[in-house]
Design a protein around this ligand. Structure first.
Ligand code: PLP
Length: 401
């Protein structure tokens, strides 16, 4: 079943490795908990009743399939730009795709609670939603900087019944939230399940989250062929941990004429250490938070400070599958700055009437830049991973609108 969903090139070996990346590195106590989750995952993906329930919720609760929209005004720049509208999912982003799967699994394992980190608050909202739906408690760790910036999502999580744990350590953003959530999880292993928010962390998380997100690409490939004929020239997605990108890329990996393009945050500039989060572009190989990948690091190997205008991209590491796709030359990783992201946010809002998440605006920014260099016969498919409601106050203030 997994091999039907996930391309062989992004399937791990028995130890959770994708080439030299990934693995399961951590505390022995955690190893037993991860083994339980992995066994459960292997069982549910072969369980027709489980798959049936997940499909029912995807269709009737999340609102899948999300449409593909041809953005004709944006396309006047050159190449045709198409958007896979994950922003139209219930809760407003792709994160609900893996949250439904993770919470169904937690329930199947008899857990009472799900625990996770969140950056932009989209994973937190999606997890709190799935937990409310399926009757589990939910504990969300979030950096204090992100709490201030993404307050609409904090309010939504509270209303949905989640307990919010503010994290003030370090930079008070996503990496510290992950550390805090893992620490809390270690103290309540029996009753709870860690429900990570991207294709990161020790095995089985990268594979599991990719599996739940793969619906995006499977839908998109079929929709594109049916609606527009053939396949796009490039599929483009922003990369924080990498879940929305891998969800889209997976179905196109064997289509070697289709470029797979991940867009990372160049923040205030690649020449400013600590002021970007361009992991694939400037990171070095090593171990971060229980898995191997390229990550931005100091000379002594500790994770470097990172920055992005988009809280959900503000992470020094990246999913092991992306590192592997880069190593084998199948994935291309580009960057967009904070300023380009804001321009794209406004362009999509004002030219197409769609307010995108700041995370997704990075993919749009690259697509706009790329479209202007290509002829109108070329076709770019962008994963619009989320909507921008959470970002509107921030953008109004930033641009003094
Ligand atoms: C809308 C949106 N897109 C993208 C991301 C980045 O995550 P990933 O790279 O796992 O898709 C986030 C993370 O919070 C997000 O909220």
């Amino acid at each position: 079943m997994v091999s039907e969903q996930l391309n062989a090139l992004v399937l791990p070996d028995a130890d959770g490795n994708f080439g030299k990346h990934g693995g399961k590195i951590g505390h022995p106590q955690l190893a037993a908990a991860l083994a339980e989750i992995e066994d459960g995952f292997r069982q549910i993906i072969r369980d027709e009743a489980f798959i049936g329930e997940m499909k029912r919720l995807q269709a009737t609760y999340v609102g899948r399939p999300s449409p593909i929209y041809h953005a004709r005004t944006l396309s006047q720049r050159g190449a045709q730009i198409y958007l896979k509208r994950e922003d139209l999912n219930h809760t407003g982003a792709h994160k609900i795709n893996h949250c439904i799967g993770e919470v169904l699994l937690a329930k199947k394992l008899g857990k009472k609670k799900v625990i996770a980190e969140t950056g932009a608050g989209q994973h937190g909202v999606a997890l709190a939603t799935a937990a409310a739906l399926l009757g589990l408690e939910c504990e969300i760790h979030m950096g204090v900087v992100d709490i201030a910036k993404e307050h609409p999502n904090v309010s939504r999580m509270k209303i949905l019944g989640a307990k919010i744990v503010p994290v003030s350590a370090g930079a008070g953003t996503l990496k510290e939230a992950v550390d805090s959530a893992f620490e809390s999880y270690m103290g309540q292993l029996g009753d709870s399940m860690f429900a990570i928010g991207s294709v990161v962390g020790p095995a089985p998380y990268p594979e599991m989250v990719a599996y739940f997100q793969s619906i995006v690409g499977h839908e998109a490939r079929e929709q594109f062929q049916n609606q527009y004929g053939g396949l796009p020239d490039e599929v483009i997605a922003c990369v924080g941990g990498g879940s929305n990108a891998l969800g889209l890329f997976n179905a196109f990996i064997d289509d070697t004429d289709v470029a797979l393009v991940g867009v990372e945050p160049a923040g205030e500039g690649l020449d400013k250490p600590g002021r970007h989060a361009a992991t694939m572009t400037l990171g070095q190989f090593g171990n971060i938070q229980g898995f191997n990948c390229y990550y931005l690091q100091e000379a002594d190997g500790t994770p470097a400070a990172v920055h992005s205008i988009a809280s959900g991209l503000d992470y020094p590491g990246v999913g092991p599958q992306h590192c592997h796709l880069k190593d084998i030359g199948r994935g291309r990783y580009e960057t967009a700055t904070d300023a380009e992201c804001l321009d794209a946010f406004m362009a999509l809002s004002r030219e197409e009437g769609i307010i995108p998440a700041l995370e997704s605006s990075h993919a749009v920014a690259y697509a706009l830049r790329r479209a202007a260099k290509l002829g109108s016969d070329k076709r770019l498919l962008v994963n619009l991973s989320g909507r921008g409601d959470k970002d509107i106050d921030f953008v109004i203030e930033k641009l003094a609108l």
